[in-house]
Design a protein around this ligand. Structure first.
Ligand code: BES
Ligand code: ZN
Ligand code: ZN
Length: 469
């Protein structure tokens, strides 16, 4: 799907486009066809008056409704948009939001579908945005296209089935995707990880035939004297739960358990394509959490790279275990900020539903900065606490730290995950984003089923913010 901008539609092409208009008095849409023209009147009563959030919904609704009536070319007049009450309110960068949300709504995961029959409906081909964009609006629009491209690439990567996206294949894919961007990629294999004593990653990986990989991607966009932001992404290419095996229903989407890894690498690519003057490093511990006679067991005690030992009480809490070594590795960079992104807990879904990622940090300002940028980007976040009173949740039995609480049962599971990670982030300015709630889209997102591409827009905004400080 392409978005093209025109000052006015070329005269001889006008009939090709379905003209989109808006009506704030009803919620259903109307499609009309005359002999030579088609028009689509979007019912947007529920979005009236617009604000920033609703503006994003509006743009997605345009695509969703146009898909429903199976049109291929649609035209949106800027004057029509401007006539909607509240248009542009809290959304000065609305043409960035336009590009981001139109492209996100246009995306479908088709990589594994046999190509459709000739003549069948194949989605929208072109959206014409008609009107004069100012220089700033053109710049915003272009940035939005770049970011959207990476959000959708992130979704494609995350959506690949576990059998087609093993740690090795993920590492190769990261290499391929970073080519030509100025990002350098290094991949540590099992041997290198043994040398570094990454006992936590290696422990989780034991049950899988597939060897683990530790992926390192660096973008140096400004003076090397400036310490980088480090982004750590969970890269569990499939999560069976290990010997603490998941029930079938819970295992269904677990090829998406590398969504954090997918988000951080595509954020980095977006940042490189935007040529931001910032330094950033991505770390992805990539493993399959599988079952076999070699699997790590409940009761095993793993020695992590930090030297701290981890009591494995549940092999399904594997994300925090591999992230522990990645956070330890992050220290090498003396990062100005360390952000980890992971589909870490089902408990974060219990806490927040499907509309926001959980953000947890020992640095309240950093957490609130992420919440604010969530609002700006559309990747909404909400803070959960990491008070020291929660510390007993991660007290080890025979090892130093337990990977699941020994006592408090199932209460506060997202916090327990954050407290665990905090043990490995001591001294770092660090925040943890539990993006499990946003791993897949829900109906009201107006996005295709599967990966929602969460956190890419958020992390790009953070790095833009960082480049300006
Ligand atoms: N990958 C899962 C968390 C998850 C669940 C992500 C649902 C997305 C949707 C994680 O590895 C896991 O299994 N966590 C356990 C932790 C528990 C054993 C303490 C969970 O949430 O049940
Ligand atoms: Zn798990
Ligand atoms: Zn997992």
């Amino acid at each position: 799907m392409n978005i093209r901008t025109y000052n006015s539609l070329p005269a001889n092409t006008r009939e090709r486009y379905t003209q989109v208009t808006f009506d704030t008095t009803r919620d259903h849409s109307l499609f009309e066809r005359t002999e030579s023209t088609t028009s689509l009147s979007l019912g947007i009563k529920r979005l009236n008056p617009l604000d920033r959030r609703r503006t994003m919904q509006l743009f997605r609704a345009i695509v969703r409704e146009a898909k429903k009536v199976q049109v291929r070319h649609i035209a949106v007049q800027m004057t029509e948009l401007e006539s909607i009450p509240g248009y542009g309110k809290d959304a000065e960068d609305r043409y960035r939001l336009f590009a981001e949300n139109i492209h996100m709504a246009g995306y479908e995961f088709t990589a594994l579908k046999t190509s459709p029959k000739k003549g069948s409906y194949n989605g929208i081909e072109e959206i014409a945005l008609v009107g004069a964009l100012s220089a700033k609006e053109r710049k915003d629009f272009a940035a939005g296209e770049t970011v959207a491209h990476e959000v959708n690439a992130c979704r494609d990567l995350a959506n690949m089935p576990g059998g087609d996206m093993t740690p090795t294949l993920l590492a190769n894919e990261v290499r391929k995707r970073c080519k030509g961007t100025g990002i350098t990629v290094r991949v540590l294999d099992k041997k290198a990880m043994e040398k570094l004593k990454m006992g936590a990653v290696l422990g989780v990986a034991k049950g899988a035939r597939e060897a683990p990989k530790f992926i390192i991607a660096e973008y140096w966009g400004t003076s090397r004297a400036k310490v980088p932001v480090v982004l750590v992404g969970k890269g569990v290419t499939f999560d069976t739960g290990g010997l603490s095996l998941k029930p079938a229903d819970y295992m269904l989407d677990m090829h998406l358990d590398m969504s954090g890894g997918s988000a951080v690498i595509h954020s980095l690519i977006a940042v490189a394509r935007l040529k931001l003057k910032v330094n950033a490093v991505v770390l992805i511990p990539a493993v399959e959490n599988s079952i076999s006679g070699e699997s790590y067991r409940p009761g095993d005690v793993l020695r992590s790279m930090s030297g701290k030992t981890i009591d494995i009480l549940n092999t399904d809490a594997e994300g925090r275990v591999i992230m522990a070594d990645a956070l330890t590795y992050a220290r090498r960079y003396k990062p100005v900020l360390t952000i980890d992104v992971a589909t870490l807990t089902g408990a974060s879904l219990v806490a927040l539903g499907t509309k926001a990622s959980a953000v947890l940090s020992t640095d309240n300002d950093l957490a609130q900065r992420l919440v604010r940028l969530g609002e700006v980007s559309g990747d909404h976040c909400w803070q959960l606490p990491l008070w020291e009173e929660y510390k007993e949740m991660v007290k080890g039995r025979f090892g130093d730290i337990a990977n699941v609480p020994t006592k408090s049962g199932r209460y506060g599971g997202a916090i327990a995950g954050g407290m665990f990670l905090g043990e490995f982030a001591e001294g770092l300015t660090w925040a943890h984003i539990d993006m499990a709630p946003r791993m897949v889209s829900d109906d009201s997102d107006l996005l295709a089923p599967g990966a929602a591409g969460a956190s890419v827009r958020l992390l790009v905004r953070l790095l833009e913010d960082q480049a300006n400080t």
